[in-house]
Design a protein around this ligand. Structure first.
Ligand SMILES: NC(=O)c1ccc[n+]([C@@H]2O[C@H](COP(=O)([O-])OP(=O)(O)OC[C@H]3O[C@@H](n4cnc5c(N)ncnc54)[C@H](O)[C@@H]3O)[C@@H](O)[C@H]2O)c1
Length: 322
C-alpha cells in the first residue's frame, strides 16, 4: 500500500514526502523534474514523467498498489499564468483531468489536492473561512479553483474522495536544514528577502507601505512548510479512514506584515535587509489570513511553528546553498 505523490520533487512536495515516510507510509513520487529536484527526495522512489501521461500514471498506481494520491504537480507562478495562460490551463487543469482519469482506471479513489488561498481573491472579510466566495483574480488562481471543482465532480461521477487544502503562504525550510525552497524560481516574499539579505540580489521591493494595516505594509498568513507537510499526512490518513471529502484552509490564523518579516530577518541575519518601498501592486489585498478552525476540527491539525522558525530555517537553508 503506497501513496503516490505527484510533484513530490518540488518545494512543498519534498517536505511532504519526507513527512509521509516518517509517519510510516510507503511513497512513490511522479515528477517531470521540470521544476523540481530528484535529490530533494532523499531516496524515495521516483518515476520521472508527467501527470498527463495516463498510461504511466495507471501503470505506476498498479505497480505500487497505490491507495491514495497527493497531487502537487502544477505550475504556480501568478505572473507567468497571465503571460502564458495556456501553460496553466494545460498543465494544471487538463493535467488534473488526465491524472484523475488514470486514477479511476486503476481503481484509486482518494486524492489530496494542493489548492491555494488565492482562490478567494480579495476576501470580503478576515479571517477567511472556507465558505467565503471564490473570486480568483488571475489565471493561476482560476486554474486552482477549476482543479478543485473537477476533483469534486469525480467524487460524484466516480466515487473519488478528496481533501482540497487551500494553503496560505508557504515558507521556511526543514528545521534540520536538509531541504528547502529553490529561490532561483520563486516569486515568494521570504526567499526574495533572503536573496536580498544574503547579497544574491538587489534590494527586495516592498509593494506599498500605505495600507490600512498596523505598519502600512501588506499582511499575510505565513505557514511553515513542515506544518503543511504534517497536514498532508493528516489529510491522507483522513481519506484512508474513509472520513469523507473536505475542503480546508491551511494557515496559522495569524497575519504578519512585510515589515515584520524584514525586521525578523534583520535580527536573525544580524544585518539590514536591502529593500525599497515601491507602489502597491494592482489587486493586492491589504490583509489576508486564514480561519483555521475547520482543519483543527476535521483533520485534528493546527500549525505549531512560528514566524521566527520560518525565518530562522529559511535563512539557514539559503545560507547553506550559496
Ligand atoms: N508554494 C506556495 O506558497 C503554494 C501556495 C499555494 C498552493 N501551492 C501549490 O502547491 C503545489 C506545490 O507547490 P510548490 O511550491 O512545491 O511548487 P514547485 O514548483 O516547487 O513543485 C511543483 C512540482 O511539480 C512538478 N510538475 C509540474 N508539472 C508537472 C507535471 N505535469 N507532471 C509531473 N510533475 C510536474 C515540478 O517539476 C515540481 O517538482 C502546487 O500545486 C502549487 O500550486 C503552493
Amino acid at each position: 500500500m503506497t501513496i503516490l505523490v505527484t510533484g513530490g520533487a518540488g518545494y512543498i512536495g519534498s517536505h511532504t514526502v519526507r513527512a509521509l515516510r516518517g509517519a510510516g507510509h510507503d511513497v512513490v513520487v511522479l515528477d517531470s523534474l521540470e521544476r523540481g529536484r530528484a535529490d530533494a527526495l532523499l531516496g524515495a522512489d521516483l518515476v520521472v514523467g508527467s501527470i498527463a501521461d495516463r498510461d504511466l500514471v495507471t501503470a505506476t498506481c498498479r505497480n505500487y498498489d497505490v491507495q491514495a494520491v497527493v497531487h502537487f504537480a502544477a505550475y504556480k507562478s501568478v505572473g507567468e499564468s497571465m503571460t502564458s495562460p495556456g501553460l496553466y490551463w494545460d498543465n494544471n487543469v487538463a493535467g488534473t483531468v488526465h491524472l484523475v482519469e488514470a486514477m479511476a482506471e486503476a481503481d484509486v479513489s482518494r486524492i489530496v489536492f494542493s489548492s491555494s488561498a488565492s482562490v478567494y481573491g480579495t476576501p470580503d472579510a478576515v479571517p477567511v473561512t472556507e465558505s467565503a466566495p471564490l473570486h480568483p483574480e488571475n489565471v493561476y488562481a482560476e486554474s486552482k479553483a477549476q482543479m478543485e471543482k473537477i476533483i469534486s465532480w469525480y467524487g460524484v461521477t466516480h466515487g473519488i474522495s478528496s481533501v482540497s487544502l487551500r494553503y496560505f503562504n508557504a515558507a521556511g525550510a526543514s528545521t534540520d536544514g536538509v531541504i528547502g525552497e529553490d529561490w532561483s524560481v520563486t516569486t515568494n516574499l521570504v526567499p526574495l528577502v533572503m536573496k536580498a539579505v544574503l547579497g544574491a540580489s538587489g534590494p527586495v521591493q516592498v509593494f506599498g507601505d500605505d495600507y490600512p494595516t498596523p505598519d502600512g505594509t501588506g499582511v499575510r498568513d505565513y505557514i511553515h512548510v513542515e506544518d503543511l507537510a504534517v497536514a498532508h499526512v493528516a489529510a491522507v490518513e483522513h481519506l484512508l479512514a474513509d472520513r469523507g471529502s473536505l475542503c480546508v484552509n491551511l494557515g496559522t490564523g495569524i497575519g504578519s506584515s512585510v515589515r515584520e518579516i524584514l525586521m525578523l530577518t534583520e535580527s536573525v541575519a544580524g544585518r539590514p535587509v536591502p529593500h525599497e518601498v515601491v507602489g502597491r501592486r494592482a489587486g493586492d489585498p491589504a490583509e489576508v489570513y486564514a480561519d483555521v478552525r475547520l482543519a483543527a476540527e476535521r483533520l485534528n491539525w493546527r500549525a505549531t511553528r512560528s514566524l521566527d522558525e520560518i525565518i530562522t530555517s529559511a535563512y539557514a537553508w539559503h545560507s547553506s546553498t550559496i
